[in-house]
Design a protein around this ligand. Structure first.
Ligand SMILES: *[C@@H]1O[C@H](CO)[C@@H](O)[C@H](O)[C@H]1NC(C)=O
Length: 321
């Protein structure tokens, strides 16, 4: 829970500084110049409290040099939901004999929990990690399946480390995503696939369904498409539908370990009147698809301010640390 809060604060701090920065416009106009200026290497350093947890939402060349500590460090990278993260190593020296190791994770990991959840990731769990040590840099560019990726590393030998460039590339069919902003509008789609997609936010949130077409719009190949406004139907999973949306909340990153606040399906293009309030450290919307329908759901979300009658409460969030 402590690290969860820490991560949320770091993410928030990063976003605050990026979004509210008066130099944002200046930075954007300078972006071209910066990227052509190739040797602008960004050092990753231990903070005042001796921690080496970094959250970055910008492309660039990052460098870590060990001060000689065996601590496990985390370099969390987040792009916007329509991009994947590419890791390319330039310099690399991590002695295997001294217990050094670097792991490239396809997703985020925190306190043993993963995003995307172990059930929903397109790759099996063991394929989500690539581990390296030694003198040779990993030659292949590592590409994530969604907008978040992580480097976890332990480099005990002073002076050893790595240099990695981070690039964001367009993802034409995004499925899973961690959202950076605590408020906005987001659409989940399955593109007719048998796939489960989750959008996750590291804050307590209130959700409103703006539009839904889940389990109703048949695939064009199977004949005429139906366009019947069924309205929003609740408890679809219980009613036997294989296509539905879940609003979830929990204390960690893995959506499959979160509790369902509400599930629904159906077709509705009129914004719902009621909201789903999730009083938990992590909130998520998960679209479960059988592959027989072209599903989409659009929700608006905002930080939960009115804690009066939440749909779901996570007791741990209310505990004072
Ligand atoms: C999606 O989730 C449902 C329910 O959790 C599960 O039964 C199904 O196998 C999942 N589909 C895929 C493609 O993982």
């Amino acid at each position: 829970m402590i690290s969860q809060v820490l991560l949320a604060l770091v993410v928030f701090a990063v976003l605050e500084s990026v979004l509210n920065s008066p130099v944002l416009q200046v930075a954007q106009s300078q972006k071209k110049r910066f990227s052509s200026q190739q040797n602008a290497v960004i050092p990753l350093e231990y903070d005042e409290t001796g921690k080496c947890i970094y959250v970055k939402s910008e492309e660039g060349v990052y460098m870590f040099t060990s001060p000689g500590s065996a601590q496990v460090c985390g370099f969390y990278v987040i792009a916007d939901p329509q991009h994947t993260v590419h890791f390319t190593f330039h310099a690399f020296r991590i002695s295997c004999e001294k217990g050094g190791l670097l792991s490239v994770v396809d997703g985020w990991e925190l306190n043993g929990q993963f995003f995307p959840g172990t059930e929903d990731h397109p790759k099996p769990a063991e394929k989500r990690f690539a581990e390296y040590c030694g003198e040779n840099r990993p030659w292949k560019t590592q590409v994530t399946s969604q907008n978040v990726g992580l480097l976890e590393f332990r480099i005990p030998v002073k002076g050893e480390g790595f240099t990695v460039s981070i690039e964001f590339q367009p993802n034409p069919k995004p499925c899973n995503a961690v959202l950076q902003q605590p408020s906005g509008v987001y659409t989940l789609r399955n593109y007719g696939q048998r796939v489960n997609c989750t959008m996750s936010i590291i804050f307590p949130e209130t959700f409103q369904i703006l539009a839904s077409s889940v389990g109703t719009q048949s695939m064009p190949v199977t004949g005429r498409t139906m366009d019947v406004e069924t309205g929003i139907v609740k408890k679809c999973k219980k009613l036997g539908s294989e296509d539905y949306v879940e609003v979830r909340g929990g204390d960690g990153l893995d959506p499959s370990m979160m509790t369902v606040a509400e599930d629904f399906c159906g077709m509705d293009s009129v914004p719902g009147r009621s909201s789903v309030d999730v009083a938990c450290g992590n909130s998520a919307v998960r679209l479960v698809s059988s592959g027989r329908f072209e599903n989409s759901v659009t929700v608006s979300f905002d930080l939960l301010m009115d804690w009066g009658s939440p749909s779901l409460v996570c007791p741990t969030l209310l505990e004072t640390p």
